[in-house]
Ligand binder design. Sequence first.
Ligand code: RBF
Ligand code: MG
Length: 160
Amino acid sequence: MTKRQLIVGSETIEAPYPLYLKGEITRGFGRGSRELGVPTANLPQDVADSVASVIDTGVYYGWARACHTDTVYPMVMSYGWNPYYKNEKRSAEVHLINKFPEDFYGEELRVIVLGYIRPELNYSSLDALIKDIMFDIEVSKHSLERENYLKYSKDDFLKN
Ligand code: RBF
Ligand code: MG
């Protein structure tokens, strides 16, 4: 019997989660907002590079705060090469699940990664990529409602 079946209605959090990441938000390609309608706050390249020893590329969920506000938001993080765009460096891009009017380059971003959603995929169209991102956002919001994940939104790491 797997461990999962022994735990009913609850989730255990196992290494490497929770994974704590922080850094100054850097400028990406600007495609997130422009082409996808899903702006992402990119973590610095050295953070993206060092995470490689801890997690695989893919899409993740958790909590994040851009440090010019006090509010913690659910997030989805895309980590990897963006096969649809064939990037040459791994990026760690965080989409805060909320409508923001402005960009916030230069702000510190703090992120707690709590779980994995799916591998990075290539897509035959931009529409198909956007559709999957919308689904990732629903998965993240839904997962984070669980008590063991919810409590990390109050973690000291995300406080001022
Ligand atoms: N790009 C891909 O090429 N394949 C993916 O599977 C993929 N999944 C993503 C999931 C989320 C939640 C987000 C926010 C982005 C994802 N992207 C993916 C990255 C997207 O291509 C990138 O954000 C834009 O190119 C802007 O840099
Ligand atoms: Mg971005």
